[in-house]
Write a protein that binds this ligand. Sequence first.
Ligand SMILES: Cc1ncc(COP(=O)(O)O)c(C=O)c1O
Length: 412
Amino acid sequence: MKDWKKLTSNQRIERVQQALHENVNFMHDISLGYPASKLDGKVFYDDAPFLKDAPVLMTYVANPNHIGCHTTGTSETAFKGTQEMEREVLDIVAVDIFKSAKKQYDGYIATGGTEANIQALWIYRNFFQNTQQAKLAEIMIVASEDTHYSIAKGANLLSLDLMKVEVDFETRRILDNELETLLCKAIADGKKYFIVVANMGTTMFGSVDNPDTYTQLLEKYNVPYKLHIDAAYGGFVYPFIAPDSTLDFANKKVSSITIDAHKMLQAPYGTGIFLCRKNLIENVLTKEAEYVEGMDLTLCGSRSGANAIAAWMILTTYGENGWFEKVKILQLRTDWICKQLDALGIAYFREPYMNIVTIKAAYIPTEIAHKYDLVPQKHNADNQWYKIVLMEHVEVDSLHHLIEDLKKLILI
Ligand SMILES: Cc1ncc(COP(=O)(O)O)c(C=O)c1O
């Protein structure tokens, strides 16, 4: 790890103040051209004394707009101070966590995992169209049935077909034979270019895909593909403790990654992260965005710079080692609940090195699921699983109550 350091509270406040100082200040500067200002002072109290000690709130009030992408080309100069801090966040995530070489990636803080995933699909659809003159009907998205629904949403928006590959019910692993059969059929039906989405932590199970399952087959059939990793959930967990993960930029086959800061990092909603290798994001340049300096390479348009500052604050409050310790504690809690479930003979799925435990619904009466707010795989009678997500607030104390309730049922 190179850039990711723990800073003191004063260092963090000074860094944010300096960045805001480099931005346009709507309170004092003469700035006539933007359809933007600081937050409404009648409502958001820009002179509240506590703001000077609250860098994220200070930034919300100043209201910088991070429109566009700031890892390539030019950007709006009015917000250059906080844009630089966004680049510091991206450097930590891309280089220190996901092993990109420095300055060899592009990316931005998206509104969330959905946008970041769709951004990836959009880039690859256009990439195949721009470089191979691919027709829409020749491009196909490939992902497991456990993949987040944002991929189906993206397929729909971009008018692309989606191949959903079945997984084994117990292990949640992609069924190789099924994948090969579907791939051969797709090729026979005229599909020539593939956009693969591999998961670093599926929403319901936390299961992590082996990208080789896809890439080896696609290479066997000699078809061009791009590989995107959806690490929206697992991106701030798995890379810290899983030995030998190949789901990062050290793997030449990986072209882009989604990581949500508003999940495990506990940043405010609206803080997703999209990263891709250099020379890809230009495929979604919107040339019509002429009033935006540097034009726009992102899906969302205007976005709050305060989200970048929030992510920066969290990362620099912990530092690399502090974050590792936090993730380790969540692992210990996950180990604890798994041990209790084993002792009770209750069947569940848990991906090693992840902090989601998904219990077979047959062991969980509805009242218990409601009492502990367990999330079902399906909100209907077909539901077969309930999940527990070991977040910061999910402590052994609360898990203990669940286990006691389950024990009582078994003794009846
Ligand atoms: C694996 C995965 N990808 C993408 C998303 C979508 O993220 P968001 O809700 O931030 O758009 C989620 C959300 O739960 C997720 O679990």
